[in-house]
Structure formats: structure tokens, C-alpha cells
Design a protein around this ligand. Structure first.
Ligand SMILES: Cc1cc2nc3c(=O)[nH]c(=O)nc-3n(C[C@H](O)[C@H](O)[C@H](O)COP(=O)(O)OP(=O)(O)OC[C@H]3O[C@@H](n4cnc5c(N)ncnc54)[C@H](O)[C@@H]3O)c2cc1C
Length: 298
């Protein structure tokens, strides 16, 4: 795999991209499971993989360790995430330099969520307040890095209105973002409306939909509350119908994700990014089905 190709240049090719998101594991045992999943996912040839930063208490060191392993041991094109949380601007500069030296040419630039136990985001006294400032910093240091930013089809929970959120999104684009990856959503209409709003606001970069194949009803309810995503009645019912059968619930989650992805690709989405929670099963089943249907290339 040619690591030097950026995600922007892949998007320029015009075929639908497939990608997955890992998170840094909490301990050695979870790390082993994640690497096993990565080995299975390797065979499915995703166009890129991303790895979160700081979310759920992970550290700079673990994020970097696993980003490097995914790139070096598995040959994935890796997009490490980076957040402003807890970092002075000088530290952010160091981390960006470190990413660049290690060969990463794609970064997902985020503000980040407040650390556990805190409700409001407090910028570091010498740090950055919003993701658009991080985008500018990365572009200033390394214009050759392709930059992804987060977009919210159902509006970021802190934004006072969808229109304000879109205005703030366009600040990230004006600062140099190359593409948008969305927060998870379960109703595709939210994505299509969001893309329309972006285009009306002159945000013309690709918007990659982020899809979570759900595992069970308590999990999807938790995610919907956390991200303020709507839970469609039909999805809720299909999970309820599976009762105590865990396997059937997982299959119902994969079916829903499959229907979402087919509809999205059929209507011109530039690809799909799967929140796989470090598991290979959903991406394996989805990839097989989408290749069978001719929606993505083998
Ligand atoms: C694809 C994706 C990946 C993610 N990965 C991670 C991760 O790895 N680690 C992690 O901790 N979290 C991650 N998150 C969660 C993310 O950090 C949170 O949603 C966070 O609350 C906002 O981050 P942001 O980059 O969207 O912030 P911003 O774009 O800075 O927006 C934050 C809020 O401020 C407003 N705003 C933005 N810019 C301005 C401005 N200039 N002036 C006034 N208001 C403004 C926005 O409307 C929004 O309400 C991810 C989210 C997504 C969708």
C-alpha cells in the first residue's frame, strides 16, 4: 500500500472509500484483541484506518504506539486523530512534528471532549480553543498533510443552532480542512440534509458518513444519548425483537448499517467510515455484502 497517498488524493479518484476507526486499547489484553482484529481487517483492504486520541482516557503515548503499529506492522494508511485537550500550543506543534516524522500524512483535527468528570471544555491556558485553530496550525507546519474534521448531521450538542454549527464548520474548512467525517447517525435523511446545508454554506469538500454497526439496544441507546443522534423506531424495534439473542442483535445491527451504507453509496456519498469499536466482524460482513452487490470494489 502506498502510504504517501493522502486521503484527499484518494477522494479525488472518485470511487467510494471504505475506512474504519480504532481506539487505543486500555491494556495489553485489549491490545492483543485489537491487533487480531486489525489482522482480519487487513485482508479487507480498507482505504485507510483512523485511531482516536484522548477519547475514553487514552494517552498520547498509547495513541501513538498503536497508530505506528497499524502503519508499520499492518501497512495501513493511518490517520491519527489529534485533539486540543490538555495541550499547550507548543506541545501540539511537537506532536504534529512527531506525526510527520513518523510518516503520517493524514490527521483528523479535533477540539476534543472535556476529560472524564468535567462537563465544559476548558482550553489549556496556552492552548487552542476550537478545532479550526488546530487545522490552521497543522496547515502552517505541514501543508502536505491532508486534514479531516468532524461534522455533525444532527448538530453538535454545544451549538446553539444547526446554522451556527454549520458556520463554525465552515471556519474549519476555511482554515484548510480537506474533508469531513461525520458523527454517527442512524437515519440517512440527517446526512443528506446536512450535506445540503453544507453545500448551501459553500462547504464543498467531501463529507464521509460515519456509521456505527450497533451491537445491542442498551449500547445504541447510550450512543444516541451521548451524541444526540435520533434512534429510528424501526431500528429500535428490530433490536427489541431479538430479545436475549446477542447474535441476532448483532446481525440486526449489521443489517441496519448495510442498508444505510447501500443507500448512501447509491446516492453518491464519497465512501463510508465505520466505527468498529476494535472488532472485525461487522466490517467483514458488510464488505462482503457490498462487494457482492457491486457497490464497492473487491
Ligand atoms: C469523526 C469524529 C472523530 C472524533 N474523534 C475523537 C477523538 O479522537 N478524541 C476525542 O476526544 N473526541 C473525538 N471526537 C469527539 C469530538 O472531540 C467532540 O465532538 C468535541 O466535542 C468537538 O470536537 P470538534 O473537533 O468538532 O470541535 P469544534 O469544531 O471546535 O466545535 C466544538 C463546538 O464549538 C463550536 N465552534 C467551533 N468553532 C468555533 C468558533 N471558532 N467560534 C465559536 N464556536 C465554535 C461548534 O459549533 C461546536 O459546538 C470525534 C468526533 C467525530 C465526529
Amino acid at each position: 500500500m502506498k502510504q504517501s497517498l493522502t486521503i484527499s488524493s484518494l477522494l479525488d479518484e472518485g470511487r467510494p472509500l471504505r475506512s474504519v476507526e480504532f481506539f487505543p486499547p486500555k491494556d495489553e489484553a485489549a491490545g492483543e484483541r485489537m491487533l487480531q482484529a486489525a489482522a482480519e481487517i487487513k485482508r479487507l483492504q480498507p482505504d485507510f484506518v483512523s485511531i482516536t486520541y484522548g477519547a475514553g482516557g487514552s494517552t498520547r503515548a498509547t495513541s501513538l504506539k498503536y497508530a505506528t503499529l497499524l502503519q508499520e506492522e499492518f501497512g495501513f494508511r493511518v490517520m491519527p486523530h489529534l485533539t486540543c485537550v490538555g495541550h499547550a500550543k507548543s506541545e501540539l506543534r511537537e506532536i504534529i512534528e512527531e506525526f510527520h516524522t513518523l510518516g503520517f500524512r493524514n490527521i483528523m483535527a479535533l477540539r476534543g471532549d472535556p476529560p472524564k468528570g468535567e462537563t465544559n471544555f476548558q482550553p489549556h491556558p496556552d492552548g487552542l480553543r476550537y478545532a479550526n485553530e488546530l487545522v490552521s496550525l497543522i496547515k502552517e507546519l505541514h501543508p502536505d498533510i491532508s486534514i479531516g474534521v468532524a461534522g455533525y448531521p444532527e448538530t453538535h450538542p454545544e451549538a446553539s443552532s444547526p446554522a451556527e454549527d454549520i458556520t463554525n464548520l465552515s471556519r474549519k474548512v476555511q482554515s484548510g480542512a480537506d474533508f469531513i467525517t461525520t458523527q454517527l447517525f442512524f437515519d440517512n435523511q440527517a446526512y443528506f440534509r446536512f450535506v445540503e446545508d453544507c453545500r448551501e454554506a459553500d462547504i464543498n469538500i467531501p463529507v464521509i458518513p460515519g456509521i456505527l454497526p450497533v451491537l445491542n439496544l442498551p449500547q445504541v441507546r447510550r450512543f444516541c444519548e451521548m451524541c444526540q443522534a435520533a434512534l429510528p423506531n424501526e431500528l429500535e424495534k428490530s433490536l427489541l425483537d431479538t430479545g436475549e439473542n446477542k447474535e441476532a442483535a448483532r446481525d440486526a445491527g449489521i443489517d441496519w448499517a448495510h442498508n444505510q451504507v447501500s443507500d448512501l453509496l447509491g446516492k453518491g456519498a464519497p465512501g463510508f467510515h465505520l466505527y468498529i469499536l476494535n472488532r472485525a466482524r461487522a466490517i467483514a460482513k458488510l464488505t462482503e455484502r457490498l462487494i457482492g452487490e457491486g457497490l464497492i470494489e473487491a
